[in-house]
Design a protein. Structure first.
Ligand code: PGA
Length: 251
């Protein structure tokens, strides 16, 4: 499967800037997108329509959402449903990003409900997992990853097709800090995730495992070449078309 190069814009950008960045990104990458790459842009909800106008219909470019509520519709003030996201052309959504776990208080169980519901409603889901620095210092990386995977994937059908699900390994201490995990740390975590996935899904060898956490133009090529790294999830460096296009094209 192609490597997935995903941009998470978080709570950044208003309309003009967002649409302009998406257009610039398209101009900078469309002609020379490597055959093994797929680009995913995950803007804030307010820009799904604007970015969608640039991205939708372009082969190897897709649109994703940062979050959703696990219900089709209903009295959930302030929330958004997978059905509404699909209506705007989203094919992917994140679940369990560390900022939602640690700032918004989402539990492993709630993340699992979202994964199951989002898949049922036809979104491809990127389940984000990753340890905090204290957990790494205590030697609990594998324990944390196992728990987040087991609970996050509890409701997923065993024979799910591999393109429907991806895992993003994002060590919390590397997100937005400029401190990227080292190659050995990345390979160890990704290998653990690959093996752990075998318990929950049949096609575990084909599920994409992305790395996220301070990915930049100057480290993207090296990270993408590591074993069991099938893509990257990029925050800060995805906000400018110039830096994100370098990551998309990185060798
Ligand atoms: P970062 O964010 O690239 O700014 O570290 C990654 C993420 O939160 O997905």
């Amino acid at each position: 499967m192609k490597k997935l190069i995903a941009a998470n814009w978080k709570m950044f950008k208003t309309w003009n800037d967002g649409v302009q960045t998406a257009r610039e990104l398209m101009v900078a990458t469309r002609q020379n997108l490597p055959a093994d790459r797929e680009v995913l842009l995950i803007p804030p909800f307010t820009l799904l329509k604007g970015v969608g106008e640039v991205f939708l219909g372009e082969e190897n470019y897709s649109l994703g959402a940062q979050n959703f509520y696990p219900a089709g519709e209903g009295a959930y003030t302030g929330e958004i449903s997978p059905v509404q996201l699909k209506d705007l052309g989203c094919s992917y959504a994140l679940a369990g990003h560390s900022e939602r776990r640690h700032i918004l208080g989402e539990s492993d169980e709630f993340v699992g409900e979202k994964v199951q519901f989002g898949l049922e409603k036809g979104l491809n889901i990127i389940l984000c997992v990753g340890e905090q620095i204290e957990e790494r210092k205590k030697g609990q990386v594998e324990e944390v990853l196992h728990r987040q995977l087991a609970k996050g994937l509890a409701g997923v059908e065993k024979d799910i097709q591999p393109h429907r699900l991806a895992i993003a390994y994002e060590p919390v201490w590397a997100i937005g800090t400029g401190e990227v995990a080292g190659p050995e740390e990345i390979v160890q975590a990704h290998t653990f995730i690959r093996n752990d996935l075998a318990q929950y899904v049949n096609f575990y060898e084909e599920i994409r495992i992305l790395y996220g956490g301070s990915v930049k133009p100057d480290n993207a090529g090296q990270i993408l070449a590591l074993d069991n790294v099938d893509g990257v999830l990029v925050g800060g460096a995805s906000l400018k078309a110039e830096s994100f296009s370098q990551i998309v094209l990185a060798e």
